[in-house]
Design a protein around this ligand. Structure first.
Ligand SMILES: CC(C)(COP(=O)(O)OP(=O)(O)OC[C@H]1O[C@@H](n2cnc3c(N)ncnc32)[C@H](O)[C@@H]1OP(=O)(O)O)[C@@H](O)C(=O)NCCC(=O)NCCS
Length: 174
């Protein structure tokens, strides 16, 4: 499914045939975490093919930003209970800071009426700023623990080292 097609790029839902490139983009972009996130949470590859397959099987749907016939960035969306999660947002390291993340986020946001939540590493200051610049706000530490347990399946150690950001629909339900 193509959501947006400009003259030089398109944003489309990824298919099974994109698996290898999604895997490559995630593990290339995730190099930014090395030396920043807690050492016991860092590994190479950051996300194994098995973990990626598991995420897709659990309902994460990836969307991709494609230019010159190649995916340059991906972002996942997962509907869980009464909310939607933005999962695994990664733009190839040589394509970051050019507005690709912003375009992907804007398409994904438009695809759900539910409140949106995003979990990321507390030490990934650039990612927190990126989401804050798009109107997301950090929830309190207590709320973060509760939300990560309710909507995500992550180990306790990761909960400690994470933050959760939410959009205005979460803070001001209709
Ligand atoms: C976080 C991430 C997905 C954002 O994607 P991106 O394509 O780099 O994001 P954008 O280019 O839209 O925005 C990033 C910054 O570039 C700036 N920017 C956007 N277009 C620009 C342009 N044409 N020229 C210069 N700067 C630009 C934006 O102002 C933005 O600044 P901000 O973060 O302070 O708001 C990406 O940087 C990434 O993969 N990082 C490593 C992995 C990671 O942290 N993932 C998040 C997991 S939740």
């Amino acid at each position: 499914m193509i959501f947006f097609k400009g003259w030089d790029y398109m944003i489309r839902q990824c298919t099974d045939s994109d698996f290898e490139i999604i895997y490559a983009i995630i593990n290339d972009a995730a190099r930014k975490y090395e030396g920043i996130i807690p050492a016991d949470r860092w590994k190479v590859p950051y996300m194994s093919a098995k973990e990626l397959r598991h995420e897709i099987d659990e309902g994460v749907v990836f969307w991709g930003f494609e230019e010159d016939g190649q995916l340059a960035g991906v972002m996942g969306i997962q509907h869980v209970k009464d909310v939607t999660l933005i999962r695994h947002a990664y733009v190839r390291s040589d394509k970051q800071n050019r507005g690709i993340g912003r375009k992907l986020l804007s398409v994904l946001r438009s695809r759900t009426p539910r409140p949106l939540l995003i979990g990321t590493w507390a030490d990934a200051k650039w990612a927190i700023r990126f989401y804050e610049n798009h109107g997301f706000k950090m929830v309190s530490g207590e709320e973060k623990d509760r939300l990560l347990k309710k909507y995500w399946s992550v180990p306790d150690r990761q909960i400690e080292a994470s933050v959760v950001l939410a959009d205005s629909k979460w803070f001001n339900p209709a």
